[in-house]
Design a protein around this ligand. Structure first.
Ligand SMILES: [Zn+2]
Length: 420
């Protein structure tokens, strides 16, 4: 999952519509089932310390890419381009987040395979496999975490494992589909959807009739309420009925219309391809070294993988999937900041303040005496309930102003004068 500091997820969470108990699960005709052991094996390897957090351009990324290529080869799939499953791409990344001048070129590797059923239509099923490495590119939400391995089990070994398993299911499926499948494992996602941009630029040249893209990013943490968010349902008029029709029993769907979101489906939506995006939600380990394999809900991930199998099957049988542009309502716009507090917010849901996961040295919060572990409740008169109201409060402040900032520390209220 890619979140700029001006949090995409605000747009996202605020546009969810619950559609839980209204629909009964349908009978499905499938010959293949996802295998939990396969999912587990892939995730444990990809999120192991050996791969050092799979940073784009790193040795760990190469190891992951080799593993993924070998899996595709075992299934008898064909490379997307040329003789290798690797599709290379390049971009620049800042070495120091506070300095625009020093940047370095990163060489990334998508791993892309095709199940060519000699069909007219093609569906892309994708997930990103890169993650934050040792925080070399400064995308961690934990302060002072440079040098710690960010294993990225949920983000996004989970989606990667699901794509590998779907590749197995479709290539071993007895019923031949009348659609080709492109299984796309992207790199460069955490630095801004770089790999998927590259594939989206080439997909219609190689497969002119690409009718759909399904993306999975963070599908490993299905909670006890079984909440699953699906984005992109507004990108075609057929989608909201379709996702409800095939919804697994007990799953609570939260639907989001937008084709633009915090992950790789955005790259395809921007090429006028209808998309779906599956996501089990954010959590305390998001973009931290603690996003580990033992915290994954494997039975939950199996349910989601089977769901995507059924959806992809159904989409292949649709006569037509008209593309529609979705709009982001002006009220959902991300606020613009002129100032920053210099803290790492906790993204977890809350009503009584936002946790502070980290405090950056020599920035306003640290200078005023605010500490990691404090809970932020108020900036000036503006009440902070969680990360979203925090962003709203921050957007009202101008550089140079001074405001009292209230935090809870060990149950006690403390007020600090912060100079922004
Ligand atoms: Zn991420």
């Amino acid at each position: 999952m890619f979140l700029s500091k001006t949090d995409f997820k605000k747009i996202f969470t605020f546009s969810l519509v619950g559609v839980s108990a209204l629909y009964f699960s349908q009978k499905k005709i499938t010959s293949e089932q996802a295998n939990e052991d396969n999912l587990k094996k892939h995730i444990y390897y990809l999120a192991s310390d050996e791969l050092q957090g799979r940073l784009t351009g790193s040795e760990g990324e190469t190891k992951a890419a080799n593993y993924l290529s070998a899996e595709f080869k075992k299934l008898g799939l064909k490379p997307y381009e040329g003789k290798s499953f690797i599709q290379g791409f390049e971009y620049n990344v800042k070495l120091n987040p506070h300095d625009d001048k020093t940047s370095t070129t990163v060489k990334g590797k998508n791993v892309v395979a095709v199940l060519n059923n000699k069909a007219e239509k093609t569906i892309v099923i994708g997930a990103h496999y890169d993650h934050l490495g040792l925080n070399e590119h400064h995308n961690s939400t934990l302060a002072n975490s440079d040098g710690q391995i960010h294993n990225g089990a949920d983000d996004n070994a989970s989606g990667t494992a699901a794509v590998l398993e779907l590749a197995r299911m479709f290539s071993q499926n007895k019923t031949k589909e009348n659609v080709n499948y492109v299984f796309a494992l992207f790199s460069g996602e955490e630095d801004g959807l770089m790999g998927s941009k590259k594939l989206a630029e080439t997909i219609k040249t190689n497969y002119p009739n690409t009718i759909f893209m399904i993306n999975m990013d963070m599908v490993g943490r299905l909670n006890s309420n079984k909440d699953l968010t699906i984005g992109g349902v507004g990108t075609s008029p057929i989608l909201s009925d379709l996702v409800k029709k095939y919804k697994p029993e007990g799953i609570n769907l939260g639907l989001d219309e937008s084709g633009v979101g915090p992950s790789d489906h955005t790259s395809f939506y921007l090429k006028d391809i209808p998309v779906l995006f599956l996501f089990t939600g954010t959590h305390n380990d998001y973009h931290k070294p603690t996003d580990d394999s033992d915290k994954i809900n494997y039975p939950g991930q199996k349910i989601i993988t089977n769901y995507v199998f059924n959806l992809a099957n159904a989409l292949g049988h649709e006569k037509e999937i008209p593309f529609t542009k979705t709009k982001v309502a002006p009220t959902k716009a991300v606020p613009k900041y002129k100032v920053s507090l210099g803290i790492m917010p906790n993204y977890a849901d809350s009503k009584d303040g936002m946790g502070i996961d980290g405090v950056i040295d020599n920035r306003p919060a640290a200078n005023a005496g605010i500490l990691q572990g404090d809970t932020l409740t108020r900036i000036g008169k503006c009440e902070v309930k969680e990360v979203y109201s925090y962003m709203d409060c921050l957007a009202k402040i101008n550089a140079g102003e001074e405001h009292p900032v209230t935090v809870k520390r060990n149950g006690e209220e403390k007020v600090f004068n912060v100079k922004f």
